[in-house]
Ligand binder design. Sequence first.
Ligand SMILES: *Cc1c(COP(=O)(O)O)cnc(C)c1O
Length: 459
Amino acid sequence: LILSDIFQSGVEPARLYRDVGELAAKRGVEKLIGIGPSISSYADEIHTQEKYCFSTVADFIHSPVFKGLRNEVILLKGARRFGFDRITELLVQKVHETVLEVNLNAVVDNLNYYRSFLKPETKLVCMIKADAYGAGSVEIAKSLQDHQVDYLAVAVADEGAMLRGNGITSSIMIMNPELSAFKTMFDNDLEPEVYSFRLLDALVKAAEKEGITNFPVHIKLDTGMHRLGFDPEKDLDKLIEKLQHQNAVIPRSVFSHFVGADSDDFDSFSALQFERFDKASKRLQQAFEHKILRHMDNSAGIEHFPGWQMDMCRLGLGLYGVNSRNNEIINNVSTLKSTILQLRRVPADETVGYSRKGKLMRDSVIAAIPIGYADGLNRHLGNRRGYCLVNGCKAEYVGNICMDVALVDVTGIDCKEGDTVEIFGDHLPVTVLSNILDTIPYEVLTSVSNRVKRVYFQD
Ligand SMILES: *Cc1c(COP(=O)(O)O)cnc(C)c1O
């Protein structure tokens, strides 16, 4: 039992803690950890096999008592002001040997960094698609909602419905609305992006059937990505006409997407995209009386083309701490951590792992860590192409990375079983991995699988 001082019980303290002690004994509590000055001074009233007292949570966390917790069933009960959340987080981490730590303060710092480029009246959409770029959309959405962002954007309707179920009331945009999910969108106030006549017609039909009017939608124009969107030249007249001859949906915003705002090489093409968008979106606006929000900038665009922020911007990768223009870390958000499960000495003439790929040049010490390609540790990092950090030292992956386990060369590194290993994060930027893998940080971040427990931090 981990118990803090008990406030406002109305019972005199000596009596109170004697009662607690009796209850604990009756319920078979073997170990009591008391936190707070009051419980500490009345500890004599409590008779358990083992008993430890600390003034604060911090004292406890840094004590050998905390480090020694193993194979126990723990009941935590603490007054809010003691901050027992910190104990919970650390205990969760002990149980899950591989975790993705997410720093919510860093998310807010990144939000403010990008907001500093915006005029006060410019609205902001925060992209939390793909489970918030791997960081976990519910917690990220809660933080963003607390900081009053204007819109959240997810990929599919189910992600949006899940956020609604978790108490998110912000406006939500659905970037890839499926034809089968209109009902989910209507029921949960999820505003779809509309990029084709096929989608528009089906949506209008479904809304009319439900008797819905003026359901907000976001019109996507294709200005150069050539992925999804209406053609600003060929489709615009027909689009305006269709929108005007129904009242099931109403265009809330119109937008397009830069193909290369992250690189100066594409500046002239970006300018062409903006020109196409500017012309078409103004024509759309002229056809309606109500204000239609115009937006184009993504994270890189906010920084590189602040003059084109118009009414709204869409912040994605930058929120998660990576600047896509220079691959630098702004404030690191996610840290993927594992632990050393087992250490072994392997002689130089032996090999490590499947297919004898892990050849050794010397007698080596090899650590097994419980993370594999099924967790999102890319198999191409194996065979010494990538490394992780063991107690701050670079340790290469030897041999093939397995499904659930990876092997790292820790020869000469001071470490022991149970030590923490950083896969990427605070000390090893995710961009180091994406560079080795010849990909973008987006892919590494979104690859961390669902079975990796997310643990959130906030001061
Ligand atoms: C994902 C996405 C963004 C965000 O892009 P970042 O490069 O992550 O800032 C913006 N707009 C659209 C349409 C997107 O799909």
